[in-house]
Ligand binder design. Structure first.
Ligand SMILES: *[C@@H]1O[C@H](CO)[C@@H](O)[C@H](O)[C@H]1NC(C)=O
Ligand SMILES: *[C@@H]1O[C@H](CO)[C@@H](O)[C@H](O)[C@H]1NC(C)=O
Ligand SMILES: *[C@@H]1O[C@H](CO)[C@@H](O)[C@H](O)[C@H]1NC(C)=O
Ligand SMILES: *[C@@H]1O[C@H](CO)[C@@H](O)[C@H](O)[C@H]1NC(C)=O
Length: 412
């Protein structure tokens, strides 16, 4: 018990020197094209899905009109495959002019006219991951081009570069972005290129130059991919959770919710764990066809509020009991010196029945207040009452699903 409390105290020591561009004070929220639309460039075969001006305008419309923007999702980010295969005569990046016939500034203006912010993608190496012109040798001109297009967020990938080149390239690009004078959220994929082959990234340094960073493997549309990421983040947590805080975030990658690979219960699991991990909430879904239940999960106000908690303390995996993983995050309000807690019970069971788990509050690090008011984020009628610390609570967790609770201290 004492050990747990001192673990949590450590989390307050984050961000000694951190990137100071005033941005991403809460985990960025938005939509990114990659997971759902990948690099579909054949608009004859896939007219509705290809990476094009039309796709992004349609997504901008839906995002601003269907409640996503209102819920806090503000960045619309174009991932790879927007470019022409060559730079222009001045060495500037240019879009594929068949798929983006009006140019990027025009699309940027459209996205802004919908009240959204506009994000784009590039890579520090010779080529992007899909083989389009990368920024190597062009970092400054590319930073200036993005600023001219009124870009608000850059995802900087790391394909086709050598490991020793990353530090200078990511540092320099950050300086060039700063020199433009335009506030641009800076997402760095650098650590993924180290951690995947087993090299530890320096997260203290990343927090000095980037607003967020992709720690590990790309997410793919399956529960297996999701759980591999969750397990990596829980196993390696002590190396990076203290680097998270207002302005800096660990990024376990996009939300799969609303696509093909996750059940509804698994979708709730991703939403809950991304909230606990203070992860960027970057949807990657087709808003034109999303089902209502998935949409409700993405728009769940309580889950979003926990993700966006102003203290910015990243939560952690605490323990496994009966094959239920228990995750805990400290959030506001702080009452008489005691935090509010968000707790996720994520079932790793496959045995087909909502498993009944009895837990005493002090087993999940809640013991500093006499009473907590407990609410259930996804099933509000399930828990909505005061619980005494001496009590055990009963949670029923569906296979691969989650029970996501909030505990507000009721005074000492
Ligand atoms: C974008 O380009 C189209 C076609 O040239 C033009 O009609 C429209 O006004 C432009 N939109 C903006 C926001 O500049
Ligand atoms: C550039 O960096 C300085 C010093 O960290 C900071 O005060 C300023 O807000 C940054 N400007 C932009 C546009 O990022
Ligand atoms: C990590 O980066 C920090 C900040 O720049 C630096 O002080 C520290 O020495 C680095 N650690 C390692 C192991 O290189
Ligand atoms: C939960 O309880 C509070 C007060 O105790 C009440 O105002 C609220 O309507 C309840 N919510 C639900 C979903 O039952």
């Amino acid at each position: 018990m004492k050990l747990l409390i001192s673990f949590f105290t450590l989390t307050l020591a984050y961000n000694v020197r951190a990137l100071d561009n005033g941005l991403a004070r809460r985990p960025p929220m938005g939509w990114m094209s990659w997971q759902r639309f990948l690099c579909v460039v054949d608009c004859n075969l896939y007219p509705d899905d290809c990476i094009s001006d039309t796709l992004f305008r349609q997504m901008a419309d839906r995002m601003s009109e269907d409640g996503y923007l209102e819920a806090g999702y503000e960045y619309l980010v174009i991932d790879d495959c927007w470019m022409a295969t060559k730079r222009d005569e001045q060495g500037k990046l240019q879009p594929d002019l068949i798929r983006f016939p009006y140019g990027m500034k025009n699309l940027s203006d459209y996205v802004h006219s919908k009240g959204l912010k506009f994000g784009m993608y590039q890579a520090v190496g010779r080529k992007t991951c899909a083989g389009y012109p990368g920024s190597k040798g062009h970092l400054e001109i590319d930073a200036n081009t993005f600023a001219e297009w009124d870009v608000d967020y850059i995802k900087m990938d790391g394909c086709s570069a050598r490991k020793y080149e990353y530090k200078k390239a990511y540092t320099d690009f950050g300086k060039f972005l700063n020199n433009t004078g335009r506030p641009i959220v800076y997402s760095c994929s650098w650590p993924a290129y180290l951690e995947i082959p087993g090299i530890h990234a320096n997260y203290t340094y990343l927090a000095e130059i980037c607003n967020l960073w992709r720690n590990w493997a790309d997410i793919e549309d399956s529960y297996e991919s999701l759980t591999a990421i969750i397990d990596w983040f829980s196993k390696n947590r002590n190396r990076f959770i203290n680097s998270a805080g207002p302005g800096n975030w660990n990024d376990p990658d996009m939300l799969l919710i609303g696509n093909y690979g996750l059940s509804i219960e698994q979708s709730k699991s991703q939403m809950a764990l991304w909230a606990i991990m203070a992860a960027p909430l970057l949807m990657s879904v087709d808003f034109r066809t999303i089902d209502q239940r998935s949409k409700d999960i993405l728009l769940n106000k309580e889950a979003i509020a926990i993700n966006q908690d102003k203290l910015g303390l990243q939560g952690r995996w605490l323990k496994k009991t009966d094959s239920i993983d228990i995750w805990v995050r400290q959030i506001a309000p702080v009452v008489n010196g005691e935090y509010t807690y968000a707790v996720a019970f994520h079932s790793r069971r496959e045995d087909g029945f909502p498993f009944a788990l009895r837990v005493a509050l002090d087993e999940i690090s809640l013991s500093n207040s006499i009473e907590y008011f407990v609410t259930d984020i996804f099933e509000p009628t399930n828990f909505n009452r005061t619980v005494n610390v001496a009590e055990e609570i009963l949670v029923r967790v569906k296979p691969s699903g989650v029970v996501f609770l909030k505990f507000v201290p009721q005074g000492i």
